[in-house]
Design a protein. Structure first.
Length: 219
């Protein structure tokens, strides 16, 4: 499961230079976020509709499918993660799975391990990368008269490294395969587990209202 992540203050120009993004940074808020949680807004990268260009947009974390026609408050089940093994079959995700994959920029992911009531938080990141991308799905729906773009993060069976912390892991492509993953709508090449590293962080990350770079400090 990926229910919380963080992102350093990476500029649009840095993303542009790495991925040759279309457009400009106008309208984007790319401030660092050290406790990004479901229902919050975060940047995603997608193939621009009716184009071959990659663009960055802001979207709600927690996918709302295009066919949803009820108030947002009635979406009373979690859609911030989708299992890559079954997303093609699930009504909530199958439309997006066929057509609308995205990249979710992050600098690290939080996971909790241990017995219920006494779990220990860890941060997991990619070595020698200030940022990397997770794979996700995006969709658009009209909710209460407003057009809402939203996304979910795809998860998969953990590799040996990740399994020591959690029984699901975010789908993380190898650097350099990001565009190919979007074009083929598949995981072309996963990040090598030798490139992943983890460190224990403090319990303050467990409360969404807590923010700041101090949350990722090793304890």
């Amino acid at each position: 499961m990926c229910g919380r992540f963080f992102r350093h203050g990476v500029t649009w120009a840095e993303y542009h230079d790495a991925l040759n993004l279309f457009g400009t940074e106008e309208g984007l808020e790319l401030d660092a976020g050290y406790n990004i949680a479901p229902t919050q807004t975060a940047p995603i990268i997608r193939i621009k509709p009716d184009s071959n260009d990659l663009e960055m947009i802001l979207a709600r974390w927690g996918l709302i499918p295009s066919w949803w026609n009820k108030p947002k408050s009635e979406l009373n089940f979690a859609t911030f993660n989708a299992r890559i093994e079954t997303a093609a079959e699930k009504p909530m995700y199958r439309g997006a799975f066929k057509r609308q994959w995205c990249l979710v920029p992050a600098s690290g992911i939080y996971e909790w391990t241990g017995p219920k009531g006494n779990k220990t938080p860890y941060a997991i990141s990619v070595r020698n990368r200030r940022w990397f991308c997770m794979l996700g799905l995006w969709d658009e729906a009209t909710v209460e008269g407003k057009r809402v773009t939203s996304f979910t993060i795809l998860t998969t069976q953990p590799n040996d490294f990740w399994s020591k912390i959690h029984n699901r892991m975010a789908v993380i492509p190898n650097w350099g395969t990001y565009r190919q993953c979007l074009e083929t709508r598949s995981l072309v090449d996963p990040v090598d587990e030798a490139d992943l590293y983890a460190w224990q962080v403090g319990p303050d990350v467990g409360k969404v209202r807590n923010q700041g770079e101090g949350l990722i400090a090793e304890v």
